[in-house]
Design a protein. Structure first.
Length: 311
C-alpha cells in the first residue's frame, strides 16, 4: 500500500519543470493562507468549495496574474481528485470544485522588446569580458532566439546541444513534451563564445557562475536567478517591468512580424494549442495598417493578357 500523499502522487504525473513550478505555487499559497508548511499536504486535500474561493480571493488580493491563479486552481482541483481516489477526500468536494470557473484574463499586459532594446541588451554583455558576462549573453540570446521558458533554459544540459544540427533538445518541457529548437546563427555564435569558457565537460549548459567567473557545472542557473538577471539587466538599461516571459513574447511577436506562419510559430514556442500562441501576438496597429495596405485583388498582368486573348 502506497504511503505517498495525494499531492506527491499528483506531482509525479508532471514534468520535472512543472513539478518545481506547482510545488512553488502551493508553498506560496500556504504562506498566503498562513498554513504551517508541514501541514500543506493535509490542507490541500481538505479544500472544499468555500475554502477554494477563499484561496482564489487571497491570490487575487496578492495580485497574482489570472494565468497563475487558474493554474493553481487546476492543480488544487486535481490534488483533491487524487485524494478522493485514495479515500482521503469526499467525491462531493471534487464535484463542487469543478463548478468554480476560471478567472478571465482580459487584456494581456506583457510587452515585447523593440529591436532597438534587443540590440541594446546584447551589446551590453558583448562589451563586457569574462565568463559571467559570456554566460549572460548566451542566456539572453537563447531567450530571444528560441523563446525558451526560464524553467526549460535552466534545465538544459551540455549534451542537449547538437553542434552538427545547430540545435537544442528540450527534454520534458511544459506538458512533459520534448521538442527540438534550431538556433539562429547569431544565437549559436554567442553560445559558442560561452562554451569556449565553460568547456565541454558534462553538466548544465548554462551553469551557475560567480561574478568572478568561477563556474559550477553541476549546478544550474536557477529559474529564480534567471528572473532576477532579466529584471535587473533591463532595469539598468532603462526598461522597467520586463520579465523573462516578455522575452518569450518578443520571440513570438518577431517571428509573426517576419511573416512566419502562426502554426510554425506555435511549434517553435512549444504551444499545444494555437489559441495560446495568439495571446502572445503583440503586433501593433501599425503592422496591421501595413498588412492592409498590401491587400490587393488586381489580377496579375499575365492573367489579364490571357483573358483578352481568349475572348
Amino acid at each position: 500500500m502506497t504511503t505517498a500523499t495525494p499531492f506527491a502522487l499528483y506531482l509525479s504525473r508532471l514534468s520535472i519543470n512543472s513539478q518545481r513550478s506547482i510545488s512553488s505555487q502551493m508553498r506560496s499559497i500556504a504562506r498566503l493562507m498562513q498554513w504551517q508548511e508541514d501541514c500543506l499536504n493535509d490542507k490541500l486535500c481538505q479544500i472544499d468549495y468555500q475554502q477554494a474561493l477563499q484561496v482564489r480571493a487571497v491570490m487575487t488580493h496578492a495580485k497574482w496574474s489570472a494565468r497563475s491563479i487558474n493554474r493553481a486552481m487546476i492543480a488544487i482541483k486535481n490534488i483533491v481528485k487524487v485524494a478522493a481516489l485514495m479515500n482521503k477526500a469526499e467525491l462531493s468536494q471534487v464535484a463542487n470544485l469543478e463548478t468554480i470557473n476560471q478567472v478571465k484574463h482580459g487584456q494581456h499586459q506583457g510587452t515585447p522588446l523593440s529591436t532597438e532594446q534587443v540590440t541594446a541588451v546584447l551589446t551590453y554583455f558583448k562589451d563586457k569580458k569574462g565568463a559571467f558576462a559570456a554566460r549572460n549573453l548566451a542566456i539572453f540570446s537563447l531567450f530571444l532566439g528560441t523563446g525558451l521558458r526560464r524553467s526549460e533554459l535552466s534545465a538544459l544540459m551540455f549534451h542537449d546541444y547538437d553542434a552538427n544540427l545547430h540545435s537544442l533538445t528540450v527534454v520534458a518541457g511544459k506538458g512533459n513534451k520534448s521538442r527540438t529548437l534550431f538556433l539562429p546563427q547569431w544565437v549559436e555564435q554567442n553560445l559558442i563564445l560561452w562554451l569556449k569558457l565553460r568547456g565541454k565537460q558534462q553538466g548544465y549548459l548554462l551553469c551557475k557562475s560567480t561574478l568572478t567567473g568561477k563556474l559550477r557545472l553541476a549546478e544550474p542557473t536557477s529559474p529564480t536567478s534567471l528572473y532576477r538577471l532579466v529584471k535587473d539587466t533591463l532595469y539598468e538599461l532603462g526598461v522597467d517591468n520586463v520579465s523573462p516571459h516578455d522575452l518569450r513574447r518578443t520571440f513570438i511577436t518577431r517571428l509573426l512580424e517576419q511573416n512566419v506562419d502562426i502554426n510554425t510559430v506555435r511549434q517553435m514556442a512549444g504551444h499545444a494549442d494555437i489559441s495560446t500562441t495568439t495571446i502572445y501576438d503583440k503586433r501593433d496597429h501599425e503592422f496591421m495598417k501595413q498588412a492592409a495596405a498590401t491587400l490587393d485583388y488586381t489580377p496579375p498582368e499575365k492573367h489579364l493578357k490571357r483573358g483578352r486573348g481568349s475572348q
